[in-house]
Design a protein around this ligand. Structure first.
Ligand code: PEP
Ligand code: MG
Length: 782
């Protein structure tokens, strides 16, 4: 039926057409052909864009495409000012150039035909962008380009199509493509032109009862006018309950609909709230919105959509005044169903189909329903037992992480936020999968193997069962506790797990991270200080740290001062002023920042001082990311200013996290140190020049690289000479192979994650015995 060269009706499109009309266009085609009544429309294909840029010429004779690509080649996308200026120039140019008549004629003709379907000369349409990459049609550019609503008339439509084309060159989209390695010359844009529903009545529908979780029922809400009224909760709508299959209307609740929302009749754009009695007539206030026949029509379409997606849906629908027909405006999976999921979980599979691979960051097996979230505002969607999927977790997501049965992220390495927190909570996690948020969809059932770093489709019976058996079969053998000469300690980030960590029998806390406590307070710490609420911040710290020093008393706890990179701070309320750093790992973090903003360091020291005054004599203070002797000196001065006396009130130490600190260890010791602790996460990253959170280079990340080991050995030797205690608190302290090497080097203590304490203790004990045995044999046989 292709009557056009540059245009395709939704009816002509399907999944296979992503290269031609982008993901959005193809999806609308797919739904139309599946019999789901989406508002009708057409796509101005990627071919049209291509024709436009390849045929239209700029003043000097170059084609528009050549002109654009010349500018882009000369643009450094990391220079944001240049990027903004150059992309603005491109967009202006596209908008100023005339659209070839061949294309314009077709668009005008299709728009007329669309309007005629509604017996009108012109209808309101939405014009949306749907980008596509020639080589990688499945690439997702969702949300990066423009959408225009309430577009009316030929000229307006033509103008908006051109503006969509131009939006292929926003700074954000251009930057994204450059960073993702897309060829700018092969990225095109299709414009989707779709009828805007002129709602007579509208509402939402849940294809499973969201109140009772009953999947045999459909619940429909309906109101007069635009759907916003129902979605936003401005109007209490009618409610109808329909039984699936028998199509019986089980319940009807007719609400009093005093107001309604309609399109602004004066401007044709935007909406206004009006009184139903005045706009439609007084009898409409308490009139049933949908006829019984319409209720069933809506319900049946709902059931069909649920079948199409294989999961209950939350759907927005509307009847269009212009043709009296029912249209589906939006559909998304219901993410709050719980009881029913359990029933489905019972249907386990034996098949082990791998959906994703990544880094096993927290061991164990977790299974459940996928919930994808992109920011902390959505954490309520994650219910007990769900599998939390996100790009990267942040401290605001911790409440949801606690409810999850497993955690899967796109980004990150074994020491990223998601990895640290999930290990501490004992929740299986796979990080650095690169595409979990794309591959995994809301409502899917999956099994996550956090030991091996694999996500399987469905609930894999054998894996889940073996995990259950492991838990049941755990036999605790009572006997003398294993005493090792090398102390085995534990790392703690969240005060609420202190009891659990202490119950491992660890010899102390080798690293109490401040970040999770401070970032979890809910606002940027500087905001507290600026607003004169320093006392509140100090008290919060006192509360958090006290939980840990109390749970472990009299075992020692080393508190490390704040070391959050600027990108993590930025996430917090009040974090807007954080500088944009090109490489936050190399930037303003650790003691460097602490000394630049001594008010923060002071708040931490004040909190420690209060605990010392309460009688806790088991605290140590550890400075992060030290590279210069004077950093130790200055930090001590700040501590003294608030009355905290290093070496007397608290043990005083530094992290060895930079090659510099390892190479000048003697100079650092001369400043006065009770202990040092290897932060191998950072030490490895800085020695090997590998961003520890970058999953692309993670395979080269190795804490046992000879260069890292050499630095460590050198520090241990020097510290022995000066009587300074040595320890490790990086992730490598949980790795038995590394632990063996460290015991041989003579390290004084090893600090592991809670889940690894037992294994590390056994490893240390065996290695120590081996050393003694080797020494004894040497004496015997030499
Ligand atoms: C480290 O760098 O090894 C360390 C323990 O600190 P963090 O992971 O918090 O940077
Ligand atoms: Mg570190």
């Amino acid at each position: 039926m292709s009557e056009y060269k540059f245009i395709k009706w939704f009816e002509e499109l399907g999944k296979k057409d992503v290269a031609l009309v982008g993901g959005k266009g193809a999806n609308l085609g797919e739904l139309t052909n599946a019999g789901i009544p989406v508002p009708p429309g057409f796509c101005v294909t990627a071919e049209a864009y291509k024709y436009f840029v390849e045929n239209v010429r700029v003043e000097d004779g170059r084609t528009l495409q050549e002109w654009i690509l010349d500018i882009i080649t000369q643009t450094n996308v990391d220079d944001s000012k240049q990027l903004q200026e150059n992309t603005a120039k491109i967009r202006e140019k596209i908008i100023s150039m005339e659209m070839p008549a061949e294309i314009a004629k077709e668009i005008v003709d299709a728009y007329k035909k669309l309007s005629q379907r509604f017996n009108k000369d012109a209808v309101y349409v939405a014009v949306r962008s749907s980008a596509t990459a020639e080589d990688l049609p499945e690439a997702s550019f969702a949300g990066q380009q423009e959408t225009y609503l309430d577009v009316y008339g030929e000229d307006d439509v033509l103008d908006k199509v051109k503006r969509c084309w131009a939006s292929l060159w926003t700074a954000r989209a251009t930057f994204y493509r450059a960073k993702q390695g897309f060829d700018h010359s092969k990225v095109y844009l299709s414009a989707v032109v779709q009828k805007m529903v002129n709602s007579e009545t509208s509402g939402v529908m849940f294809t499973a009862n969201p109140v009772t979780n009953d999947r045999s029922e459909i619940m429909i809400n309906a109101a007069w006018g635009l759907g916003e009224a129902v979605v936003s909760g401005a109007v209490s709508p009618d409610e109808y309950i329909v039984e699936k299959g028998t199509w019986k209307i089980k319940e009807k609740y007719i609400a009093k609909k005093e107001i309604m929302i309609v399109k602004n009749p004066e401007t044709g754009k935007g909406t206004v709230t009006v009184k139903t009695a005045e706009y439609l007539g007084p009898e409409y206030v308490e009139k049933q919105v949908l006829t019984d026949e319409q209720i069933l029509e809506v319900a049946k379409i709902g059931a069909r959509i649920e079948e199409h997606y294989g999961w209950p849906q939350d759907i927005e629908w509307a009847y269009d005044k212009d043709d009296g027909k029912l249209y589906i405006v939006q559909s998304r999976p219901i993410t709050t169903l719980k009881e029913e999921v359990k029933a489905e979980e019972a249907e386990m599979t034996e098949e082990m189909k791998v959906l994703l691979k990544g880094l096993g960051a927290s061991p164990g097996i977790g299974a459940g329903k996928v919930v994808v979230i992109f920011d902390a505002n959505d954490i309520d969607k994650v219910k007990e037992g769900d599998v939390l999927v996100t790009t990267m977790t942040n401290p605001d997501m911790v409440p949801a992480m606690k409810r999850a049965s497993a955690i899967v992220t796109d980004e990150g390495g074994r020491t990223c936020h998601a990895a640290i927190v999930s290990r501490e909570l004992g929740i299986p996690a796979v990080v650095g999968t690169k595409e979990a948020t794309k591959v995994l969809k809301d409502g899917m059932l999956v099994t996550v193997d956090g030991t091996r770093g694999v996500v399987y489709e469905g609930i894999v019976k054998s894996l889940v069962k073996s995990e259950e058996e492991k838990a049941e079969g755990k036999v605790v053998v009572a006997g003398a506790p294993l005493i090792t000469a090398t102390e085995v300690k534990v790392n703690v980030s969240m005060p609420e797990v202190a009891e659990r960590a202490a119950a491992t029998g660890a010899d102390g806390v080798g690293l109490l991270r401040a970040e999770h406590m401070i970032l979890g307070i809910g606002a940027h710490p500087i905001k507290f200080i600026k607003e004169g609420r320093e006392e509140e911040l100090v008290e919060k710290l006192v509360e958090g740290i006290r939980k840990v020093v109390e749970a472990f008393y009299p075992r020692r706890v080393w508190y490390r001062t704040l070391d959050a990179p600027t990108n993590e701070f930025r996430e917090l309320p009040g974090g807007e002023d954080e500088p944009e750093e090109r490489n936050p790992m190399l930037g303003w973090r650790g003691i460097r920042r602490g000394l630049d903003q001594p008010e923060l360091l002071k708040a931490e020291f004040k909190a420690i001082k209060r605990l010392v005054d309460e009688g806790y004599d088991n605290i140590g203070v550890m400075l992060p990311l030290v590279s210069h002797p004077e950093q130790i000196r200055k930090a001590k001065e700040i501590a003294m200013e608030v009355g905290l006396i290093p070496h007397k009130d608290v043990e005083w130490g530094v992290m060895i996290e930079t090659p510099a600190s390892a190479l000048i260890i003697e100079d650092l010791i001369k400043e006065g140190l009770d202990f040092v602790s290897f932060g191998t996460n950072d030490l490895t990253q800085y020695t090997l020049a590998i961003d520890r959170d970058n999953e692309r280079v993670f395979k080269l990340y190795d804490e046992k690289h000879p260069a890292v080991l050499k630095l460590i050995e050198n520090v241990i030797k020097t510290c022995k000479k000066y009587g300074v205690e040595t320890s490790i608190c990086g992730q490598a302290g949980s790795d038995p192979k590394m632990v063996k090497l460290l015991v041989r080097m003579g390290i004084d203590s090893v600090s592991a994650n809670p889940d690894a304490v037992e294994l590390v203790r056994k490893t240390v004990a065996r290695e120590e015995q081996k050393l003694m045995l080797e020494a004894a044999r040497k004496r015997l046989f030499e």
